[in-house]
Design a binder for this molecule. Structure first.
Ligand code: NDP
Length: 256
């Protein structure tokens, strides 16, 4: 079972990110701190998150634009201050964008924009929060690896699976598929690089979910509630043997 003291979610003002925060704080033994980050906490798109944070003391809304290195650094500084010497247990790199495209219509500008958000973002965020994650691992008395101790969860997509090229019929989404394939490689690199720090690293496919992004591709079968509920259960079950894997919301292995 997931039993984290502190967790940070990127892109937490809507969709899967918002539901992650909602379900984390709704747990009977929820985290002490949930750092709910989004790019514009003062804007109208953060109103649902603000309403949620108003009900739970442990939720801290912080600005973080994952495509802006200085914004990432500023968030890391604030989280470090909040934690007062303690580590961060769980980092969920959730924020991402998708731009509809085909092989014919794809452009270098869009490819670069999506790569920056979906790949460089999680890389820089992980880099910035790595000292806190390592600290959480060092200060824990738990044996082995787990998401409750210290972990990076990269929210990926089976759309980036080279083996299945999930639902090509629904849309080509060249920028998105390529970015998620690269995020999967980043996950493997992090798995190798952060193993000695005791930080578990996984890529997570949340399913095809009814969010702004999911619904832009058609009739998504999964509610955000069902996807996130199952995904949190899955995260709670991950151990050392799952380190460096690509799993779906139910915990099944997804082919790279
Ligand atoms: P949504 O489009 O509903 O939400 C995306 C979130 O990411 C928003 O909160 C958005 O913030 C945020 N975001 C985008 N760019 C940035 C940025 N530069 N800095 C900070 N936040 C940013 O998507 P979902 O909730 O559906 O997707 C969440 C994750 O799940 C993504 O990684 C996605 O690829 C993955 N996924 C989703 C699937 C689905 O079917 N829905 C399927 C497979 C994977 P803002 O409001 O400011 O735009």
């Amino acid at each position: 079972m997931l039993n984290v003291r502190s967790v940070l979610v990127t892109g937490s003002n809507r969709g899967i990110g918002l539901e992650l925060v909602r379900q984390l704080v709704g747990k009977s033994k929820g985290p002490e701190w949930v750092f709910a980050t989004c790019r514009d906490p003062e804007g109208p798109r953060a109103q649902d998150l603000k309403n949620l944070a108003a009900k739970y003391r442990g939720v801290r809304i912080l600005p973080m634009d994952t495509s802006d290195p200085s914004s990432i650094q500023a968030a890391a500084t604030r989280v470090t201050e909040h934690l007062q010497g303690a580590g961060l247990n769980l980092l969920i790199n959730n924020a991402a964008i998708l731009r509809p495209s085909t092989l014919e219509s794809e452009t270098s500008e869009v490819m670069a924009e999506v790569y920056k958000t979906n790949v460089i973002g999680p890389m820089l965020v992980s880099q910035a929060f790595w000292p806190l994650l390592r600290k959480a691992s060092q200060e824990s008395s738990q044996k082995g690896m787990s998401c409750s101790k210290a972990a990076i969860v990269n929210v990926s997509s089976e759309g980036g699976s080279i083996a299945t090229v999930y639902r090509w019929d629904l849309g080509h989404f060249i920028n998105y598929r390529c970015s998620k394939a690269a995020l999967n490689m980043l996950t493997r690199c992090q798995f190798l690089g952060y193993a000695e720090d005791g930080i578990l690293c996984v890529a997570l496919h949340p399913g095809w979910v009814q969010t702004d992004m999911g619904s832009s591709a058609g009739q998504a079968p999964l509610t955000v509630d069902a996807s996130v509920g199952a995904a949190l259960n899955t995260l709670g079950r991950l151990t050392e043997k799952d380190n460096g894997t690509f799993v779906n919301w139910e915990g099944a292995a997804v082919p790279w």
